[in-house]
Design a protein around this ligand. Structure first.
Ligand SMILES: Cc1ncc(C[n+]2csc(CCOP(=O)(O)OP(=O)(O)O)c2C)c(N)n1
Length: 665
């Protein structure tokens, strides 16, 4: 029978061979963590390679994603549909084995990792979701939601601030089924970390309220197994297992050095490592007994069959709950969704008073939320400003998980990365609020949500200089443009209640992230025909038209629609023919067919003015070389919104003037 070390060496061999063949990649961490992985995947983890979507599987996150070859090796060895050809194609264009793991559930990859620290936060989000779903769906003797979340992290993850945000949160919220492994090898890219990372990590995690198991020899599978046993026995606090490992373990001249971190070992060193590890097999060849010992297909299918039997009993006793859990985990909206959306639109259409879009957003939430239990909100300590808490909900607290809202604390990045984990786990559509200007703090998590097409909803209020007295530190300028530049992210900047409701509906229906950019200050409600109401969903539409062919176009979004409408009416009263286009979601407008886009923005009309209280950069594309943009390419100013807007030229009079100047050309 193969020893645990031999089995772990299969990971080491695949990692060093794949990196060698690609002549690119990170052999060191996979070689150092191979024994930990062997114990976890062969003796602990609950999974079925034949069904990577099994809802009660344990979740595994490789936060130190540069160690991707460890994960690919394990997925191949245990029998996921990831063949040896894919291992040989490591890092090649079009392979399933890219440089860093990319969310790919068909082969068991739960989340995209590589940007260090975020995997830890994803794992916290997953563990949080498991705890919420268990409370909501489990019934006595029928624990159909009952799994752990495991995460591997390295020095890099722990140096990153986001690990602090997420791990502090996990400790406070007592996520007892979260188990982290710290790959404590003392090395990062620049060398020995002691020169820049000398924290007492066990003490740090104890201070967070974690259960810490320090000083485990990560290359001793018995010690690792013991530690995992202790971690699983702790049900209240999350656990951190601190594993001392040797980076590049087995490569005699490279192990323990920074040279093992991020480059191929070289043919000679690979040959020497084969000797050291007593692994005499050719590259990419795993002897049958070792492959067999790793193969988890049968055991995994049996584990799932056992759960299926439990779930059948659950379904018999609670048919509705069973169907609901399955629906939620599939991410399908309820059958009643169209009616819910209709209600939200109808409620918005009833509004007549000026309201901030953060208020109309709250109003939409109050309609949709009670009918859509998976919609789970929170805010990074700006609940009263973001208007994110649905009426009649209470917040989840560390000791009471029956609530339906999260106070994430002042942790924009952690919140967003945790929401990614929640969305990926399945069962919830998370949304979270902060000020638009602080989206920058969270930005890389927004980027990963976009890369993974995770359904998270980012509620960004205080969307411009219109927030007033808090001044330039809080007034976003370039954020709209920079978020719009992000592939796969949808962004809405609604101008009133109807556009806000439509934005929420679009966000909920979308498979991917959406940012809702909302005002602090009140905005008037715009009148619309039934056709215009329907066109809001197209991201850009004619809000005010003139009699006859327009001579000029004004394109505006959000809070600038009010003054633009006033200006266009004035111009048309003066006998001009000017059209106003409302463009709440440029990405959605851009995705419309050419005929529709032409009908809204006819090419023949070259006199165009875009109006938005933000950077002008993105608007030239819409106004062309003969157009103008009324925007802001400098930082804002502290003062009353009613003073700051005119200060930067945002008045109906100035729009009239700008259009008249355009007309002179
Ligand atoms: C946010 C982020 N910053 C920088 C990097 C580049 N990077 C990749 S690995 C690494 C060092 C990580 O050190 P450690 O976690 O100790 O990994 P090990 O050396 O053990 O493989 C860095 C800086 C990254 N992937 N993500």
């Amino acid at each position: 029978m193969s020893t645990p070390r031999e089995l772990a060496n299969a990971i080491r061999a695949l990692a060093m061979d794949a990196v060698q063949r690609a002549n690119s990649g990170h052999p060191g961490a996979p070689m150092g963590m191979a024994d930990m992985a062997e114990v976890l995947w062969r003796s602990v983890l609950k999974y079925n390679p034949g069904n990577p979507r099994w809802i009660d599987r344990d979740r595994f996150v490789l936060s130190n994603g540069h160690a991707s070859m460890m994960l690919y090796a394990v997925l191949y060895l245990t029998g996921y549909p990831l063949g040896i050809e894919e291992i040989k194609n490591f890092r090649q264009l079009g392979s399933r084995t890219p440089g860093h793991p990319e969310h790919d559930l068909d082969i068991g990859i739960e989340t995209t990792t590589g940007p260090l620290g975020q995997g830890v936060a994803n794992a916290v989000g997953m563990a949080l979701t498991e705890k919420l779903l268990a409370l909501e769906f489990n019934r006595p003797g029928l624990d159909v939601v009952d799994h752990h979340t495991y995460v591997f992290m390295g020095d890099g993850c722990l140096m990153e601030g986001v690990s602090h945000e997420a791990c502090s949160f996990a400790g406070t919220f007592r996520l007892g089924k979260l188990i982290g492994f710290y790959d404590d090898n003392g090395i990062s890219i620049d060398g020995k970390v002691v020169g820049w990372f000398d924290d007492d990590t066990p003490k740090r995690f104890e201070a967070y309220g974690w259960h810490v198991i320090p000083h485990v020899d990560g290359e001793d599978s018995d010690a690792v197994a013991e530690a995992i046993k202790a971690a699983r026995a702790e049900t209240v606090r999350p656990s951190l297992i601190c594993c001392k490992t040797v980076i590049g373990f087995g490569a005699p001249n490279r192990q323990g050095t920074k040279a093992a971190h991020g480059e191929a070992l070289g043919a000679d060193e690979v040959a020497l490592a084969r000797k050291t590890l007593n692994w005499p097999y050719p590259a990419f060849e795993i002897p049958a007994p070792i492959k067999q010992a790793w193969d988890h297909r049968e055991a995994g299918a049996a584990a799932e069959a056992k759960w299926n039997e439990l779930f059948a009993r659950y379904r018999a006793a609670y048919p509705q709950l069973a169907a609901e859990l399955e629906r939620r985990m599939r991410g399908d909206l309820p059958k009643t969704w169209n009616e819910i959306a209709t209600q939200a639109r109808a409620a918005a259409l009833k509004e007549s008073k000026p309201l901030a879009t953060r208020q109309t957003s709250q109003a939409s939430l109050n309609v949709i939320g009670p009918l859509l239990p998976e919609l789970l909100g929170g805010s990074a300590d700006l609940t009263g400003s973001n208007n994110t808490q649905q009426k009649n909900t209470t917040a989840v607290t560390p000791t009471d998980f029956s609530g339906h809202y999260f106070h994430y604390g002042v942790r924009e990045f952690g919140m967003t990365a945790m929401m990614n984990g929640m969305a990926l786990h399945g069962g919830f559509i998370p949304y979270g609020g902060t000020f638009l200007v602080f989206s920058d703090y969270a930005r890389n998590a927004v980027r990963l949500a976009s890369l993974m097409r995770a359904r998270v909803i980012l509620v960004y209020t205080h969307d411009s200089i219109g927030l007033g007295e808090d001044g330039p530190t809080h007034q976003p300028i370039e954020q709209l443009t920079s978020l719009r530049a992000m592939p796969n992210l949808s962004l809405w900047r609604p101008c009133d209640a109807l556009e806000t409701a439509v934005a929420w509906i679009a966000a909920i229906e979308r498979s991917g992230p959406t940012a809702l950019v909302l005002t602090r200050q009140a905005l008037p409600q715009q009148p619309r025909s039934a056709e215009q109401q329907g066109a809001v969903r197209r991201g850009g539409y004619v809000l005010i038209d003139c009699a006859g062919a327009p001579e000029a176009l004004v394109i505006a979004t959000g809070s600038e629609i009010g003054i633009a409408a006033e200006a266009v009416k004035t111009l048309n009263d003066r006998g001009r023919r000017v059209r106003l286009v409302s463009m709440p979601a440029t990405d959605i407008f851009d995705a419309q067919d050419a005929a529709y886009r032409e009908s809204v923005l006819p090419k023949a009309i070259v006199r165009r003015l875009a109006v938005e209280a933000g950077a002008t950069l993105g608007w030239w594309h819409y106004v062309g070389s003969q157009g103008r943009v009324l925007g802001i390419d400098q930082f804002g100013a502290s003062g009353k919104a009613s003073d700051v807007f005119p200060h930067f030229g945002f008045t109906a009079d100035n729009i009239v003037k700008q259009v008249e100047e355009l007309m002179k050309n």
